[in-house]
Ligand binder design. Structure first.
Ligand SMILES: [Zn+2]
Ligand SMILES: [Zn+2]
Ligand SMILES: [Zn+2]
Ligand SMILES: [Zn+2]
Ligand SMILES: [Zn+2]
Ligand SMILES: [Zn+2]
Ligand SMILES: [Zn+2]
Ligand SMILES: [Zn+2]
Length: 316
């Protein structure tokens, strides 16, 4: 399109001249473009192409060349309060470019205490820039209270909690805490109901401070059996088989002992007991028998006493 337009211009303006220079009008045949004046970074260049058949030629501009900048170099150092500047120059002309160097960070030193913290107020510490007046501050956390030892405000009893407290040495703060209940101070156990072989008993004790009563069950004792040895019956006293009884309550272990009846005396002809040797009664001196248990015994005893008296008379 552009080429067509150029050709049209050549036709309109160059043609009459061409006709004038050369007798034969012709269509120009241009060669390759070549540089007449090289472009720099400050001046346009020029290139040209010539017609192979006549003196006609065409020219056009070569655009400006880009600057050939070198390395960036520092013009002004950046500080913590001002931007710096760096620059680079064109190797071929006076053109140059500049740009900012960002500000430097402050060169803060160590933190130092401006105001010490207490247990009621925050402290403050600060650090300064070595290169300018800038500084930073920050809080120092509050100190813990300097509590002393716990001391008793109210002593504990066995029914009420006590209270103890400790105070800060540097301010009015204080802390309280409970003192646990004291143990009851019980007296000795006293028997309320004594236990026996078959029943439980009860004991109690009382706190000397608050009169709280504690009770305790006393275990049932159970029987304590002892042996009742065999007792042999005698002529006049009863005997007994072997058995056992509780030495505490007298309860007898089932089935219990059997009573053995007295044996009774066993008399000889003199009226003495053959077993115990005791003289029990006088027998009839005439017949040697005991008439007490006999039928008509009294009459027989009287007759035998008469006969004995008669025998005495005749013998005498
Ligand atoms: Zn020509
Ligand atoms: Zn330049
Ligand atoms: Zn600074
Ligand atoms: Zn305090
Ligand atoms: Zn108590
Ligand atoms: Zn018993
Ligand atoms: Zn006897
Ligand atoms: Zn007799």
């Amino acid at each position: 399109m552009k080429r067509l337009f150029l050709s049209l211009i050549v036709l309109l303006f160059a043609a009459p001249t061409a006709i004038a220079a050369d007798d034969a009008p012709h269509e120009h045949v241009f060669g390759e473009w070549y540089t007449v004046t090289a472009a720099t970074c400050t001046a346009l260049g020029e290139e040209r192409r010539d017609c192979a058949n006549c003196e006609e030629y065409e020219t056009r501009e070569i655009p400006l060349k880009e600057h050939t900048f070198g390395e960036w170099y520092t013009v002004t150092d950046a500080t913590c309060t001002a931007l710096g500047e760096e620059r680079r120059d064109c190797a071929n002309c006076d053109a140059f470019e500049t740009r900012d160097i960002p500000m430097q960070e402050h060169a803060f030193g160590e933190w130092y205490t401006v105001t010490a913290a207490t247990c009621t107020a925050l402290g403050e510490e600060r650090r300064d820039c070595a290169n300018c007046d800038a500084f930073e501050t920050r809080d120092i956390p509050m100190q813990e209270h300097a509590f002393g030892d716990w001391y008793t405000v109210t002593a504990a009893t066995c029914t009420a909690l006590g209270e103890e407290r400790r105070d800060c040495a540097n301010c009015d703060a204080s802390e309280t805490q409970e003192i646990p209940l004291k143990a009851h101070t019980f007296g000795d156990w006293e028997t309320v109901t004594a236990p026996d072989c078959l029943h439980r008993g009860e004991a109690k004790r009382v706190c000397e401070s608050c009169e709280l009563e504690e009770t305790m069950v006393l275990q049932m004792l159970g029987h304590s059996f002892v042996e009742d040895p065999y007792v042999a019956p005698t002529c006049t006293t009863a005997g007994r088989t072997q058995g056992e009884h509780c030495e505490r309550c007298g309860a007898v272990l089932f089935p219990g002992p059997t009573t053995l009846k007295p044996l009774g005396h066993f008399l000889d002809e003199h009226g003495d007991c053959k077993v115990c040797g005791e003289h029990i009664k006088d027998l009839c001196p005439y017949c040697g028998k005991d008439h007490d248990g006999q039928l008509f015994g009294g009459l027989i005893a009287w007759l035998h006493s008469m006969l004995l008296r008669l025998r005495a008379l005749f013998q005498g």
